[in-house]
Design a protein around this ligand. Structure first.
Ligand SMILES: Nc1ncnc2c1ncn2[C@@H]1O[C@H](COP(=O)(O)OP(=O)(O)O)[C@@H](O)[C@H]1O
Ligand SMILES: [Mg+2]
Length: 251
């Protein structure tokens, strides 16, 4: 076992961080041991599971200042752990650029703990820079969250090209593990349009479960809780619970 999955989409605000945290929490409830790796300098994943952004995290690990196992933080959820991040990571792209094997820092950092977890989820920043490339190189699969809005598909070809380039040169075993439709608003027809477009392009890679727009999903991170603790009965919670079941079957 031990699957590494990266959440990638260079568009911001599409649900990468929310999905990494929430899916991680539900898989943890299914007795899977999950490590969330916050690989975005904004550190939103770290705070959304109630962890401490000021403690050493992934930046200190990839720069060799700290051992990974010393930086993993427990969360309020049993089986769910996080390797935090903060603004220090924003310098990493520039610091790594001149270095040998600069695309492999995250892969090398995670290698010793890969078998210690059932799933390792990497959250990435809204860009296709060296940080995201490190995520794609380290992973077995990519999850692409797509917001059910008009411009959802725009820029996707760029992401797909980047994935293909990584598959060719740096990580031959990388797969697209799934497309996750997020922030569906039932008052518009856009979701169906986006879903149709996504299925046309990605076929059965698109998860059947669609995540609705739900105010409680937006509120939960400010309480340092995932939705399964914050509002377990809400439509957002139910959708992510279903998505977790689909992931358990397919990934
Ligand atoms: N399904 C949803 N319904 C309502 N708000 C959401 C939903 N998913 C995410 N959000 C909120 O939208 C914002 C962007 O989501 P986020 O997961 O941070 O996206 P990304 O990581 O791709 O930038 C956050 O404030 C988050 O709390
Ligand atoms: Mg994010």
């Amino acid at each position: 076992m031990g699957k590494i999955l990266v959440f990638a989409n260079q568009k911001g605000g599409v649900g990468k961080t929310t999905t990494a945290a929430t899916l991680g929490a539900y898989l943890a409830q299914h007795q899977k041991k999950v490590l969330l790796v916050d690989f975005d300098p904004q550190g939103n994943l770290t705070s959304s599971v109630g962890a401490d952004k000021t403690l050493p995290g992934i930046y200190e690990v990839i720069t060799g200042v700290k051992q990974l196992t010393d930086c993993v933080q427990a969360t309020g959820e049993a089986n769910l752990f996080v390797l935090g991040s903060n603004i220090n990571l924003s310098g990493a792209g520039v610091e790594l650029i001149g270095q040998k094997d600069r695309e492999f820092f995250l892969k090398n950092a995670l290698a010793p703990v890969k078998e210690a977890y059932d799933y390792i989820f990497i959250d990435s920043p809204p860009s296709l820079d060296l940080i995201t490339i490190n995520g794609l190189v380290a992973a077995d699969g990519v999850f692409i969250p797509l917001q059910c809005e008009y411009f959802a598909m725009e820029g996707l070809s760029q992401l797909v090209k980047t994935i293909q380039a990584v598959q060719k040169g740096l990580n031959r075993s990388l797969e697209i593990a799934g497309i996750i439709l997020t922030m569906y608003d039932s008052r518009t027809n856009l979701a169906q349009d986006v879903a149709r477009e996504a299925v046309k392009y990605f076929k059965d890679k698109v998860f059947r479960t669609i995540i609705p727009r739900n105010v409680h999903l937006g509120e939960a991170p400010s309480h340092g809780l995932t939705i399964n603790r914050y509002r377990p009965g809400s439509p957002g919670a139910k959708a992510y619970e279903k998505l977790a079941e689909e992931v358990l079957q397919r990934v």
